[in-house]
Design a protein around this ligand. Structure first.
Ligand code: C2E
Ligand code: CA
Ligand code: CA
Ligand code: CA
Length: 275
């Protein structure tokens, strides 16, 4: 039993160093991808729930790794956060989005508002809003075109600084959305503390809505609450016609999800909005 234990320990140990090495390699590759345009942007349409009319989009970053192929942002965003690369990644996403919008504007085509995901790590430094305004001004765009989506995950430990940064974003004319609403522990108290314009109802509620009366009641209540607070509400992850019709009955007017559109690359998205 004793030697078993030792073997197990050794195995575990080498496994750990493999993991650490893999992570380091991935981190290095990500650094190079950020520096050399190895990332790209997708745009997922936000639609009017009833008609499917596109009114905005959410920007989602994509990484096509040279040898490993497509890697999900839910894998590399946490790596970027832990390694400090998130600041550079965020700057790249913001600048690339501005470049894309400016290009559309110059060709005289319709330009729709965009939502960009922010990690709370990006909101820690002071002067974040000013720094974003620089891109907006450089590309001759309006701040009202931009919404920034934040989740409450990780917010608690740095609450004051993050709230201050979000206030500065609002003062600069940007919109602010609380993402994945309802999945955290203190969503309701954040409604009071954060300077929000939008609530995004998490996919988990939407997927349960067809056969779970409690999920449906929660969604109905969130919609009423948001309306009385003057916030826009959007349901995420709508995948079926049935979900669409229940959400309509519950008073929801805006949505995102595979039922309408998957995330599209910039060319596909441009074709969609300009027919
Ligand atoms: P999120 O902000 O909650 O984004 C929604 C995710 O759900 C996206 O995954 C999207 O592709 C997916 N999705 C959309 N509609 C549906 C649907 O109907 N059904 C299902 N099953 N999924 C749907 P994605 O693109 O893999 O992004 C994952 C997460 O990575 C995002 O979650 C966001 O937290 C983060 N992320 C993505 N891009 C960025 C970025 O530029 N910066 C930062 N900081 N985070 C990002
Ligand atoms: Ca989001
Ligand atoms: Ca979300
Ligand atoms: Ca999420």
């Amino acid at each position: 039993a004793k030697s078993d234990g030792r073997n197990t320990f050794c195995f575990y140990n080498s496994d750990m160093s493999h993991q650490a090495r893999d992570r380091l390699l991935l981190e290095q590759a990500l650094r190079e991808a950020i520096a050399s345009n190895g990332l790209s942007l997708n745009f997922q349409p936000k639609v009017q729930l009833e008609t499917g009319e596109v009114f905005a989009s959410e920007v989602l970053v994509r990484w096509n790794h040279l040898t490993q192929g497509f890697i999900s942002p839910s894998v590399f965003i946490p790596i970027a956060e832990r390694s400090g690369l998130i600041a550079d990644l965020g700057r790249w996403v913001m600048e690339e989005t501005c470049r894309y919008l400016a290009e559309i504007k110059q060709s005289g085509l319709t330009i729709l508002p965009v939502a960009i995901n922010l990690s709370v790590h990006e909101l820690e430094g002071s002067g974040f809003a000013k720094h974003l305004m620089k891109y907006v001004n450089d590309y001759d765009l309006e701040p009202s075109l931009f919404e920034f989506e934040v989740t409450e995950t990780g917010l608690i430990s740095r609450e004051e600084m993050v709230i201050e940064s979000l206030k500065q974003l609002r003062e600069a004319g940007f919109r602010v959305a609380l993402d994945d609403f309802g999945t955290g522990y203190s969503s309701l108290s954040y409604l009071r503390k954060l300077p929000l314009t939008t609530l995004k109802i998490d996919r988990a509620f939407v997927s349960d809505i067809t056969d779970d009366k409690v999920a449906a009641s929660i969604v109905r209540t969130v919609i009423t609450l948001a309306e009385s607070l003057g916030l826009e509400v959007i349901a995420e992850g709508v995948e079926t016609k049935e979900q669409q019709s229940i959400l309509l009955k519950l008073g929801c007017t805006k949505a995102q999800g595979y039922f309408f559109y998957k995330p599209l690359d910039s060319l596909e998205f441009r074709k969609l909005i300009n027919h």
